[in-house]
Write a protein of this length. Sequence first.
Length: 170
Amino acid sequence: MPGLLWAIQGAVFSGIWLALIGFLVNGSARAATAETTVASALEGMKVGDVMDESPVAIPSHTSTHQALDECFLRCQWSWFPVADEAGRFASVIIRDEADEVEETEQTTATVGEHLVVSSGGFHLRDDAPLDSFLGNQDTRKFGALMVTDQTGRLAGVVTLEQLGRVLKPG
């Protein structure tokens, strides 16, 4: 308010500058409060506490043609987790990657040959703190991460939507 008062009284530049600083400080304070609220809500929670325990995964030996036909077209998802024969999480196949496989090769090329590589690996262990989900770069890219157990087997998937339900008051 003092900044606006200064602007009205003739010190326009100083008044607007003071008002802008006040606006930024207020916004930072609100963000800090929200961050503290989220951190306290997530405290002690593990990824496994909120994951969907029934993830839809494509076996790595599946042909890209079969994956496109039975998974991508049917479910209309842009990506799927891929698991090896033992059920261990391998990575993620993205629809665009599968579409780029030549039609003549789609019946012989497998999804395991076209996995997306990520430094984060698109997954967290089920015993990882839930707040590590928010800090993962792949969360921002896909809106979800796969969850593995201690042996690397695909145990579930956690999404931003599930996290939102946890943080929702009431």
